[in-house]
Design a protein around this ligand. Sequence first.
Ligand code: MD3
Ligand code: FE
Length: 209
Amino acid sequence: PAPPLPGFRFLPGHFDRTVQSDLVAAVIEAAATAPFWRPSMPRTGQPLSVKMTNFGPLGWVTDQARGYRYEPAHPETGAPWPPLPTALLDLWTAVSGYPAPPEACLVNWYAPGSRMGLHVDSDEAATDAAVVSVSLGDKARFRIGGTTRRGKTASMVLSSGDVVVLGGASRRSYHGVDRIYPGTSTLLPETVFPGGGRINLTMRRVTPA
Ligand code: MD3
Ligand code: FE
């Protein structure tokens, strides 16, 4: 079938401006103990253009020496990741259909000019759980394909407050972020996020329930 595959759900405008701004406040508070850092690719050590932090008992990290993995603590401070905000846990309960809470919430900050190449998320043993994504701030062009790298893809614009649920076959899809549309939102405070940009929150179950 043409992308996106079955199990993909798009909930445009799921969160109103008040909840969006509460989520940004939660990200800023979390970043006080778990600062955004710039991860590096395995082997090459090439830095990602996106800066990251995490919420929850586990966080996704990558570095040149040890590659992609989940860890209970921040790679630079060694402190445990801050807890998941209640609004996110409630969203997971409402849309994931999974009988256990998420263990990780990866927080990606895309400054203007940042992108994320096509990839599959495969570092989670809980392949039966959906990934739930929340977009905040500037609009982005999101791309999703099938389960092989060479194959048709479709693109769509994700806006602040949009939620995407990647369950079923779509969970194994290639996907990425082509570009950010700078200046399309006033949600992110310039003092904390110079140039604005976009934050994406992705909740994941890592170990099977
Ligand atoms: C489709 N993040 O963190 S979110 C990632 O906007 C990631 O930051 C993008 O890809 C972002 O790994 C996309 C939507 C998303 C998340 C996970 C998926 C789409 C997905 C897993 C499988 C298929
Ligand atoms: Fe991904």
